[in-house]
Design a protein around this ligand. Sequence first.
Ligand SMILES: [Zn+2]
Length: 285
Amino acid sequence: ARPAEESQWKTYANSKKIAWKTGTSSGNRDAWAIGVTAKYTVGVWVGNGEGNGNKEIKSNTTSAPLLFDLFNSLPNSSWPAFPYDELEEVTVCKNSGYLAGPNCEDTKISYRPKNSPLGSCCPYCHIVTLTPDLKFSAGVRDMVGKYAGQMPVAKKWFVLPPSVEYWYTKHTLGYREIPPELSPEDPSNARDSALRSLSIVFPERGANIVIPVEIDGKKGAAVMLVAERNKECTVYWDIDGDYLGSTTGTHQMACTPTTGKHVLTVWDSAGRRDSISFTVVDSGD
Ligand SMILES: [Zn+2]
């Protein structure tokens, strides 16, 4: 089918008061489309009797256009009535849509089916402590120099996992990245404990490291190491703003930074972040 056909049924679907969902099974064995209005329920299945896969069996190009052809031949209808009796109000995080937790600043009322599982609280909102000008993440120990005599302020902050943040900021205005740490090399840095359960083990904060030269004369690699309490999490690596890659399970990353000072930053898929600076010193040969 041509792409034009797909955009046609989508335009039609979005102009009508039809609640719909499509799906294609793995291996292209089934293509489904289900639609509901106040008056009609239409279901379409496309496949073959043997259950064999066929790359042409895709809901976008088969069951979905057929579903809306069928609705087109039916009288216009309205949205299904809002089933208030079967719903109850819940307060959700305005940013994430999860049930609001104690650290969610912006919340709104939403609805959930009364007997459905409650779901989990927003994992993305944290309390962070910042310099009074809100420019840096900082703790009490950072209140020196221009901040001497002041206290850090606590703020509720919505922190997305970095891979999500990357896309979210492309499509959503107003997302505020968590301010950088004032002193990332300070071992007692100010992060909330939820943010600190990810920590860089090697290099140590502020360390001078030597990268050995291999037998063949080429510069070797430093193997960096991160501890992550949540074993399900993916860890994302960055040196001086350059993305290195991601790790799961055991979090080790080989790299060959140049001589001089560097900042290593890691995030995990729960939005936790750790950052340190270290210096690569010449091995002297
Ligand atoms: Zn939240």
